[in-house]
Design a protein around this ligand. Structure first.
Ligand code: AMP
Ligand code: GLY
Length: 426
């Protein structure tokens, strides 16, 4: 029987999940709460917010939803999986307890320490005076992080001691990230290329996805502020199978083992952010969900039915399907088009043109994020507006197609990085 499915979220990540689920012969009706202007074209948008758990449960019960797939971190960290499970509904993803690995950097650093996972040296603070004294003794460069969820904006990579002092002032004194800054992690600055690793887990065994790479800074050349992510490639051509095995052995497996030791089942996606330093891979942080925009490129390259993967993760049967999981040959690239001003304040409501033209290339899919329909016109409604994705047999081809498509799109104030994947081309 077809499984009616509810995806929760409103980003390009959720659009990509829906796009892939739609291709499954076993998926029935597709709903998304709250969705966006693009998801409405392939699923039914339901006007319920990500954190309105009671309303979401009621909706799922009424519609006899067979599978719930939340996307965003705050839903998992807030315990959405526990709430749906308590009502006997089938839901994918980590419990509140397991999602702490993303919800609290203090928790995740402690876990890394307990499991002897390579990471930056760190100290945790709840008192701003002690934090200030620490950065003054350590000096710069140094990294100051709000422990809780801060929309990807709670991390301050500080080149000078003054910058670090300002970061502590913003987080701990001015409370710009609210309670997310009650605890602060201050850590050693690490150098090296950064990659994203996704490990789908069923609680006992896991499956590693190919390595991907996000570009977190807003401007070309990795300049400017940190964002949620401005573009991705998959796979990363210079990351060898031996490097992935090393990452799996030193970071992924010890993390799952530590969860097991603590009696916590981790079901869902473990997504460590890593730096490949000269001393080997080091974990920067963990996420407990698909990355955005990593998800968009994974969905473009994944051959296997996504429903099969999600169900095997829920049921803990990944081992049984491991050998049948397949990825298309070649590469996928994704360019995020953002509103003028993002990641700082930006205006919304600008008409968006050119998506149909961009998608005339059959290798291109434009996933939508901060968009909505306004009297029959698609307009901007968020910071990251579109994710223009393309596949190709080479990385260069995927990138050229994605950029050619992005160039056909227009809205006032839009900007996107011109150098996604560039470092991997040589
Ligand atoms: P996080 O949310 O912890 O991954 O941090 C956001 C971004 O800040 C990362 O993607 C890195 O680019 C950068 N970053 C975080 N921690 C460090 C560190 N210890 N050294 C250098 N860069 C870092
Ligand atoms: N792309 C990074 C993240 O989703 O956190």
């Amino acid at each position: 029987m077809a499984i009616d499915t509810l995806v929760i979220g409103s980003g390009a990540r959720e659009h990509a999940l829906l796009w892939k689920l739609k291709q499954s012969p076993r998926v029935g009706k597709l709903y998304v709460a709250p969705g966006n202007g693009g998801t409405a074209l392939i699923a039914e948008n339901v006007p319920i917010g990500v954190m309105e758990f009671d309303k979401l449960v009621k909706f799922a019960q009424e519609k006899r939803i067979g599978l719930v797939v939340p996307g965003p971190d705050d839903a998992f960290v807030g315990g959405i999986v526990d709430v749906f499970q308590a009502h006997g509904l089938r839901v994918w993803g980590p419990s509140r307890e397991a999602a702490q690995i993303e919800g609290s950097k203090a928790f995740s650093k402690q876990l890394m320490q307990d499991a002897k996972i390579p990471t930056a040296e760190f100290k945790i603070f709840t008192d701003s005076a002690a934090a200030l004294a620490y950065v003054r003794t350590r000096g710069a460069p140094i990294v100051v992080k709000a422990s809780g969820l801060a929309l990807g904006k709670g991390v301050y990579v500080c080149r000078t001691t003054e910058e670090a002092e300002r970061a502590i002032q913003e987080i701990m004194v001015e409370h710009v990230h609210k309670a997310a800054g009650d605890e602060v992690v201050i850590e050693e600055y690490l150098e090296g290329p950064e990659i994203s690793v996704h490990a789908l887990s069923g609680g006992v065994t896991h499956v590693l996805f190919p390595p991907s790479q996000d570009h977190k800074r807003v401007e070309d050349g990795d300049q400017g502020k940190n964002t949620g992510g401005m573009g991705t490639i998959v796979p990363v051509p210079w990351v060898t199978p031996a490097m992935m095995a090393d990452i799996e052995n030193r970071i992924v497996i010890p993390t799952f083992e530590e969860f097991n030791k603590r009696g916590v089942r981790f079901q869902g996606l473990l997504f460590p952010g890593l730096l490949l330093t000269k001393d080997g891979p080091k974990a920067l942080e963990y996420n407990a969900r698909f990355g955005d925009p990593e998800c968009q490129v994974y969905m473009r390259l994944l051959k296997t039915d996504l429903l099969d993967l999600l169900e095997a993760s829920i049921d803990g049967t990944l081992d049984a399907i491991r050998d049948s999981i397949g990825w298309h040959r070649g590469f996928a690239a994704n360019i995020v088009i953002a509103s003028g001003g993002y990641p700082d304040a930006y205006k919304t409501g600008f008409p968006i043109r050119g998506i149909a033209e961009a998608e005339q290339d059959e290798h291109v899919v434009v996933f939508q994020a901060g968009t909505k329909m306004d009297n029959g016109q698609l307009v901007t409604a968020g910071g990251r507006v579109l994710s223009v994705s393309a596949i190709g047999s080479t990385l260069k081809q995927a990138l050229d197609r994605a950029y050619a498509a992005a160039d056909k799109i227009h809205f006032e104030g839009m900007h996107y990085r011109q150098d996604i994947g560039a470092k991997s081309l040589t």
